[in-house]
Design a protein. Structure first.
Length: 381
């Protein structure tokens, strides 16, 4: 739903009821990820897309029905078949499970606050219960507190959903999670889709070289907050890196030790100079970051591994190092190399092979992570 947060925020300010159709599960190849929504107001105005066009008409009519009937949330399934492929089915061959519910902003003011935070770029999360007796109930997390629909009451289910939504917000991950079965904390078994609006993930580029300038541009295009760091002030200038969000003059390992990182952070070491690389990688490989890559030839890589072992870096830590950095695209120019590096970051984030799709069988869009916590395509990015 956060894909249309700006319009939903306006509709909430106007206390305009609307129907919200949200993708809560995907099987096979589908064009848009879990959490994507369409909304329809009482005047028939529609915003958003959940399938790139092939089931929009059917979803629109279902939204109008839910608004008209004022009934409980409904689930609808759309899939591919020879009979309906060009009617309401997905011609891409995938299957979508969609939750459609009526939203009354006057009775659910916490949603307007959450949408407003998302529009302003502040951290927020919205949880939707997609099945169970609480299906359609919503809860919003802002800062360290959460506010729920009256449907939850003051019972343990609401508290369990609020705690988990807060945890998802802190990790920066949108996801489908299963809760319940514990008589003390959450006796009701529920499946919850937690939509997270988090700060942009960070890309830390060390080494103020031409390759770094191209990578900064590619990283920003992908939605990263990009930092370029180098100890040499003559090279680390804003003029040389106009696409970076910040340019820092500092020793790389010293800067990394004092800056904030998380599981979505990508660390790209482009210096291939031992006096910078070794202390920096020694620290980076001991931090809970999502990706660590280092530029250099295979000879440089072998020498680097030897030095890292000498300073006590373990084999388990070394297994996290992506070096030489990037996928085998035959890249030579800084721009091509930036594509190679970002392609590897994307593949690593989604636990994908990086192989051509013509050489891979099965669905194009695959679910990554545990079945009980399904990450969307955009979680890491």
């Amino acid at each position: 739903m956060l894909n249309i947060a700006d319009t939903l925020h306006r509709w909430c300010r106007e206390e305009r009821p609307f129907a919200l159709a949200t993708v809560v599960d995907v099987t096979g190849s589908a064009p848009l990820p879990i959490g994507t929504s369409v909304a329809v107001d009482e005047d028939g105005n529609a915003i958003g897309s959940i399938s790139g066009g092939c089931v929009e008409g059917a979803v629109y009519e279902l939204c109008r029905q839910v608004l008209r009937d004022r009934g409980p949330a409904q689930r609808a399934w759309f899939g591919y078949s020879d009979d309906d492929a060009f009617a309401v089915g997905l011609t891409c061959g995938g299957e979508l499970d969609v939750l459609v519910q009526r939203i009354d902003p006057a009775a659910q003011p916490h949603l307007g606050a959450a949408f407003g935070a998302a529009v302003e770029g502040r951290p927020a999360a919205v949880a939707q219960v997609v099945d169970g007796s609480f299906a359609g109930a919503t809860l919003s997390v802002l800062g360290d507190s959460w506010i729920a629909d009256r449907a939850f009451g003051d019972g343990p289910t609401g508290r369990a959903v609020g705690d988990r939504a807060g945890s998802q917000l802190r990790s920066g991950r949108t996801g489908l999670v299963s809760l319940g079965g514990d008589a003390d904390t959450c006796p009701e078994q529920v499946t919850v889709l937690v939509h997270v609006s988090a700060a942009r993930p960070r890309m830390l580029i060390f080494g103020a070289i031409d390759f770094a300038a191209a990578l900064a541009q590619a990283g920003r295009f992908l939605g990263y907050h990009v930092t370029v760091c180098d100890a040499r002030p003559v090279f680390a200038t804003e003029a040389r890196f106009p696409h970076a969000d910040e340019v820092v003059v500092d020793w790389p390992h010293r800067y990394l030790a004092q800056t904030a990182v998380d599981a979505r952070t990508a660390v790209c070491v482009l210096t291939h100079d031992a006096k910078f690389d070794i202390p920096l990688l020694q620290l980076a490989l001991d931090l809970p970051v999502g990706y660590v890559g280092a530029m250099g030839s295979r000879r440089t890589h072998d020498a680097r591994l030897h030095r890292l072992r000498e300073v006590g870096v373990t084999e388990e830590q070394l297994a996290r190092l992506r070096s030489p950095i990037g996928l085998d695209l035959g890249a030579r120019t800084p721009e091509e190399t930036a594509i190679s590096i970002t392609a590897e970051i994307i593949a690593h984030a989604h636990q994908s092979t990086g192989l051509p799709l013509t050489r891979v069988t099965g669905p194009i869009h695959r679910v990554s992570g545990a079945a009980s916590e399904i990450q969307t395509v955009c979680d890491f990015l």
